[in-house]
Write a protein that binds this ligand. Structure first.
Ligand SMILES: Cc1cc2nc3c(=O)[nH]c(=O)nc-3n(C[C@H](O)[C@H](O)[C@H](O)COP(=O)(O)O)c2cc1C
Length: 281
């Protein structure tokens, strides 16, 4: 039988189990002093490359939130599981002006687009500026951050997801007990489960997609690899656009030209062209 639980302050961690990303945000205060602290309430906001943005939730009195308001810049650094102890050092309530990284084995490197430095040992980094600030009454301060640069250890960028998951070794945050005992999980290579998203028996109908123009073979193969959830929208937008151009056949060149016009570079299609092989069981 199910039972409703009481919604208390910090319900998202008090009762609701919410596995999430572990990051350390580096920021500078108005005097230029470095601050670092862990943050997990982070997710994508705008997923398109034209104005890529993240949404982040803060305690409004945190030094990080205050610094971001004062300077408009911050860096989201993702530490590997080996650095969980160092990450927890940065979570302590150090006084204002303390550089938490001095209590860790982390070192910093200059960021590419913003003034706060990045953490050298973090393989995945987002350099951000402030897009919007939302202050909730007696609750979180929300920042929508514009991603100025996504920065990785070079060898990770072209890796397949399988290999990248194992190489990056990012921990998963499992929340805390009473703001004192923090739980994390390490991903073990033999404990990662991959599923291929299968098509319904009749893929076009399953995605509720109908074509009204002819499609070249290559364009059709690419269309069919676009996830069913967005395939109908992509088909309609593409056919309308091709019609406006006075064309009657959707070729790969037209398909890519439209994507380019919408801010997606042609390598966007590579992920649909390049079928990943299913791992042997
Ligand atoms: C794994 C982890 C994740 C955290 N995530 C958040 C978060 O998303 N938002 C928040 O306000 N505090 C979060 N905290 C708590 C802050 O890191 C903590 O209050 C810290 O002392 C703030 O430091 P600052 O004042 O230098 O910003 C988290 C702590 C840990 C250990």
């Amino acid at each position: 039988m199910k039972k409703e639980a009481k919604i208390r302050p910090f319900w998202y961690s008090d009762i609701w189990l919410f596995p999430k990303i572990i990051t350390i945000i580096t920021s500078l205060d108005s005097k230029g002093r470095l601050n670092a602290a862990p943050y997990s309430h982070i997710m994508q906001y705008d997923v398109m490359p034209k104005n890529p943005r993240l949404i982040l939730g803060f305690r409004q009195s945190s030094h990080t939130f205050e610094n971001i308001l004062a300077t408009g810049e911050f860096v989201v650094n993702c530490p590997t599981a080996e650095y969980l102890d160092d990450m927890m050092q940065t979570a302590r309530f150090w006084p204002e002006g303390v550089n938490e990284l001095e209590h860790t084995s982390f070192t910093t490197i200059a960021s590419l687009k913003v003034k706060p430095p990045s953490i050298e040992q973090c393989p995945q980094i987002a350099e951000c500026t402030v897009d919007q600030v939302i202050r909730l009454d007696k609750s979180s301060g929300i920042i929508i951050g514009k991603i100025e640069a996504l920065v990785f250890d070079e060898e990770l960028i072209d890796m397949d997801r399988d290999e990248r998951i194992n190489t990056m070794n990012l921990p998963v945050g499992l929340g805390d007990q009473n703001r004192k005992y923090y739980y994390h999980a390490k991903l073990q290579p033999d404990n990662i489960i991959m599923h291929e998203l299968e098509e319904p028996p009749d893929a076009m109908r399953g995605a509720d997609t109908k074509t009204t123009l002819d499609w070249s073979e290559e364009a059709m193969v690419t269309l069919m690899r676009i996830p069913p959830g967005i395939r109908k929208m992509v088909t309609e937008n593409t056919e309308n656009w091709v019609r406006e151009k006075g064309e009657t056949i959707v070729t790969m060149e037209l398909f890519m030209a439209l994507a380019e016009e919408q801010g997606m570079s042609s390598d966007f299609f590579d992920r649909f062209r390049d079928e990943r092989k299913k791992k042997p069981a």
